[in-house]
Design a protein around this ligand. Structure first.
Ligand code: FEO
Length: 395
């Protein structure tokens, strides 16, 4: 249902209740998502972003509830990824002469995706475009989270459209932050930050400072996914500032996979050690757990302890992706430790420790390998490892 945000400003997006995977299957979305698009009625009828390709026809129907799509003069494309630009080809058949506003890098992504002779207008930070009673102010936000990413601020109504920044893959029947469960909202906002934005945290800090220094009278932040921040809109900006600092909580994550339960027993002994030192922690069996939830938990925690038996002189295939994620996401301010069982040769702990070194995550303790099923002595070594990790968490 189309929602009026302010006089002549409408949310015309799509709610995708059934979405469970995003970026292909890279990112889990247990609470679905929304593709938010905004229609501004002024002398120049302006649209900010569109929706994902499969919803293009539904999107056109939404627009028709407010205006004939042929009357659209300006389409601001804050970011080229297809969940926001995918409906452009359908839309532009209705308004082929509309001006498509893009950032400097946005012209590459939009041309590259669609190969269409649209009338592109390239803007930079500080550029303004009058659309009648109001203006659009553009703020480039490279690497938050693509090189082409851009924020658009609507004067008069004082709404910031920051595209992916400050968003959440979060579907509810409501559109605004004050209408939804706050724990769910912040869980999804953090899942988004941890899994997508983390590598660009240094840029987030700078951009947030720049945004706050502009002293824009922001009355609403309307991202491209999830609910809109109308109550205390800057709360999510402050939260991004906090997340970008990557100051971990004094807690640990123990994740493992296991073939014949030996590595599981080691994980549980490590957990006993952590518990004996009163360190909050969670255990995850990777093979049956949501990788993106674990990454969110790792983001919050000081320590990440990873276990795998040796298979083919390496780790189990379920463990390899999280090692790559640790490297790609570049988590800061962590300590690590490794453990695992083996039969004929013991390589898994070395492989995990090498990944920690590559990620610049120092070891809280030397890793533990146990031959075949762990002995009582092996399990005691694991408990001691848990205690050492606890010390590092508390330090
Ligand atoms: Fe929501 Fe980067 O696309």
């Amino acid at each position: 249902m189309v929602t009026e945000l302010a006089k002549d400003v409408y949310w015309v997006g799509v709610v995708d209740w059934g979405l469970r995977h995003f970026h292909g299957h890279e990112l889990s979305t247990p609470r679905g998502s929304t593709y938010n698009s905004y229609l501004i009625l002024d002398e120049k009828v302006t649209l900010v972003d569109t929706v994902w390709t499969p919803f293009a026809d539904e999107f056109i129907d939404n627009l028709r509830q407010v205006i004939d799509p042929a009357k659209i003069d300006v389409v601001v494309t804050n970011h080229g990824e297809v969940d926001h630009s995918g409906a452009l080809p359908t839309l532009m058949r209705y308004c082929p002469n509309a001006t498509v506003v893009v950032s400097r890098k946005g012209q590459d992504s939009i041309k590259g995706h669609y190969h269409q002779p649209w009338n592109l207008k390239v803007v930079q930070t500080g550029d303004r475009m009058g659309i009648g009673r109001r203006e659009l102010l553009f703020i480039e936000a490279p690497m938050i989270h693509w090189p082409d990413s851009m924020f658009t601020f609507l004067t008069g109504d004082n709404i910031l459209f920051p595209n992916d920044a400050f968003g959440q893959h979060y579907t509810t029947e409501f559109r605004f932050n004050d209408q939804v469960n706050q724990d769910e909202l912040y869980t999804e906002a953090l899942r988004y930050y941890a899994n997508i934005i983390t590598p660009f945290s240094a840029l987030v800090s700078k951009k947030v400072q720049e945004l706050l220094a502009m002293n824009l009278p922001i009355q609403m932040i309307a991202p491209s996914h999830g609910v809109l921040w109308r109550k205390d809109p800057l709360q999510i900006v402050r939260k991004y500032q906090e997340w970008a600092a990557q100051v971990p909580e004094k807690r640990a994550i123990v994740l493992y996979d296991t073939m014949w339960q030996a590595t599981r027993k080691m994980a549980e002994a490590i957990s006993d050690g952590l518990l004996s030192q009163n360190v909050p922690h969670k255990l995850y069996h990777m093979a049956i757990s949501d990788r993106n939830e674990i990454l969110m938990e790792i983001f919050k925690a000081k320590a990440v302890v990873i276990g795998s038996p040796t298979l083919n002189r390496s780790v189990l295939p379920t463990i390899a992706p999280i090692l790559e994620d640790l490297k790609g996401l570049g988590f800061k301010n962590k300590v690590g430790a490794a453990f695992g069982s083996y039969g004929w040769s013991a390589e898994s702990v070395k492989v995990i420790e090498k990944h920690f070194a590559d990620c610049k995550i120092p070891l809280a303790a030397e890793g533990i390998s146990a031959n075949w099923q762990p002995t009582a002595e092996d399990l005691e070594r694991c408990r001691r490892l848990g205690c050492k990790v606890a010390e590092a968490v508390k330090s």
